[in-house]
Design a protein around this ligand. Structure first.
Ligand code: NAP
Length: 484
């Protein structure tokens, strides 16, 4: 197989929070994969920075262990792993103090691409941004990468944007939503804008409704304290589901460029209508055979935070007026599944016997598991017995369609970090997008808080509360089945 990996420019990447969970579980194992694929040029350096005192040798061992624990099969390539960790440095630094900054200034080069990954609590973003300037480490070309959560409402998101803007231009700020780094999400744009087949049908004349589901089987145990202050709306809908909604609903940008794509996404958010309370179902999981209840996991017996949410949304524009977008996401559900499903309309008239509404085209785009898509089409059932119709999926699971090439598909974090080094912001959220998203979710959250809305119970391992099923039944529709 011919490798299509194009090396990026030589870089210095500083990971603040380089000893933390995200760095060890995602960022560094991902960078190792890019290193192994040949994308990280010789001479590039990764500098871990956190308060813990340790030397570079200890940091290298820590990261080798992290790759062994969280990496894929590539972790067995010990020769490459040794070479990778040799490109790591470590500086003990305090975001809020002065220790370590002079040393960091001595390590970061000004003649290569500089990227600073803020993999720390958002409360430290301002301190880091300020010190990168006072110590003259960052320059006008440096890039900073910031993690979710980007605020907890419009006010805090605005404050965070303002803090970062005091030191960095918007073109230097990369707000990560790792959903945008997924192969299928980009493929969604390729399918929409690279084929003649779909775009002419992508509107309220031909689409009946669209469902977006992000279901998880895990509960909130382990991070219950954090989650209980957030809930599914802030943790999942405001960012990940909204981003998916934008990509599926946006108008074609005139080119695949950062501002062109983000301008179109922003227009979708602005066209989102307020959601009436009876079009929102919030839920909390009960204890099940596999684990405790949400309230036990969250260690808050009186919690009203939702671990599940389902909503019926409307986009008020010419393309989508009248087409419901049903969103749902939850913890401790029946199956782990992230999927966008486009239900096309009925034919209206059939020349065949039987119910005209029985057969319809359904395009489903799977983010996980088994990234890929399938299109349900109606064909004649093979064999004798007259003209009987059946629905079959035209399946394009990437692992099957691409064979060994599929193994080369980078995971979301690796791809996004390489985009930072390339200076490509297309798959990152712009400040105004994040603010617009909070501007839409804030009144909904404030509404249920003011009403003291009590989340509905749902059985762990189920498809969510009955009310969520009923919401679609009332519209004569049903949720796509969650398959384990
Ligand atoms: P974590 O495990 O608690 O790690 C935090 C890191 O920050 C540690 O390396 C810590 O090291 C360092 N740190 C804390 N205070 C510091 C200070 N004053 N100066 C310098 N370094 C400091 O957190 P995490 O899970 O990796 O999350 C990091 C960020 O990513 C958070 O914003 C989180 O919301 C976001 N995020 C995480 C995940 C995930 O899967 N973990 C997913 C999405 C987003 P020392 O204690 O040694 O200083």
């Amino acid at each position: 197989m011919v490798s299509r990996v194009i090396p990026v420019e030589t870089f210095d990447l500083v990971i603040f929070g380089g000893t933390g969970d995200l760095a060890r579980r995602k960022i560094l194992p991902g960078l190792f994969r890019r290193f192994r694929s040949g994308q990280m040029p010789v001479g590039s350096r990764i500098i871990g920075a956190a308060r813990s005192e340790m030397d570079t040798a200890a940091y290298r061992s820590m990261i080798a262990e992290a790759v062994a624990e969280f990496g894929g099969d590539e972790k067995n390539d010990t020769k490459s792993l040794d070479a990778f960790v040799a490109a790591l440095d470590y500086v003990a630094i305090d975001a809020k103090g002065d220790g370590g900054w002079v040393e960091l200034a001595g390590l970061v080069r000004s003649d290569v691409v500089q990227a600073f990954y803020f993999s720390v609590a958002p409360s430290l973003f301002g301190d880091l941004a300020e010190r990168l300037h006072t110590h003259k480490i960052a320059n006008a070309q440096s890039r900073i990468v910031v993690e979710k959560p980007f605020g907890r409402d419009l006010e805090t998101a605005r404050a965070l944007n303002k803090t970062l803007a005091a030191h960095f231009d918007e073109s230097q700020i990369y707000r990560i939503d790792h959903y945008l780094g997924k192969e299928t999400v980009q493929n969604l744009m390729a399918v929409r804008f690279g084929n003649m087949l779909f775009e002419p049908l992508w509107n309220n004349h031909y689409v009946d409704h669209i469902q977006i589901t992000v279901a998880e089987t895990v509960g909130v145990g382990g991070r219950g304290g954090y989650y209980d202050k957030s809930g599914a709306m802030r943790d999942m809908v405001q960012n990940h589901l909204m981003q998916l909604l934008c990509l599926i609903a946006m108008e074609p940008p005139n080119q695949y460029g950062p501002d062109e794509v983000r301008d179109e996404k922003l227009k979708v958010i602005r066209a989102l209508q307020p959601v009436a309370p009876h079009h929102i179902v919030r839920g909390q999981y009960d204890a099940g055979p596999d684990g405790p209840s949400y309230r036990e996991d969250a260690e808050n017996p009186r919690s009203f935070t939702e671990s599940f949410i389902a909503m019926k949304c409307e986009i008020a524009n010419w393309r989508w007026a009248g087409v419901p977008f049903y969103l749902r996401t939850g913890k401790r559900m029946k199956a782990r599944s992230s999927e966008i499903t486009v239900y096309f309309k009925d034919l209206g008239h059939t020349i065949f016997e039987g119910d005209v509404a029985r057969h319809r085209n359904i395009l489903s785009i799977r983010l996980q598991p088994n990234e890929g898509m399938d299109l349900q089409v109606t064909i004649k059932e093979p064999g004798p017995g007259g003209m009987r119709l059946i629905d079959v999926p035209l399946d394009m699971t990437f692992a099957d369609a691409l064979g060994p090439d599929a193994e080369e598909v980078p995971d979301a974090y690796e791809r996004l970090i390489m985009d930072v080094i390339r200076g490509n912001q297309t798959l990152f959220m712009r400040g105004d997008e994040v603010e617009a998203a909070w501007g839409w979710t804030d009144p909904l959250i404030n509404g249920w808080e003011a009403r003291n809305d009590v989340p509905k119970h749902y059985e762990a391992g189920s498809a969510g509360p009955e009310d969520a099923l009923a919401m679609l039944h009332r519209d004569g529709r049903k949720w796509r089945e969650l398959k384990a």
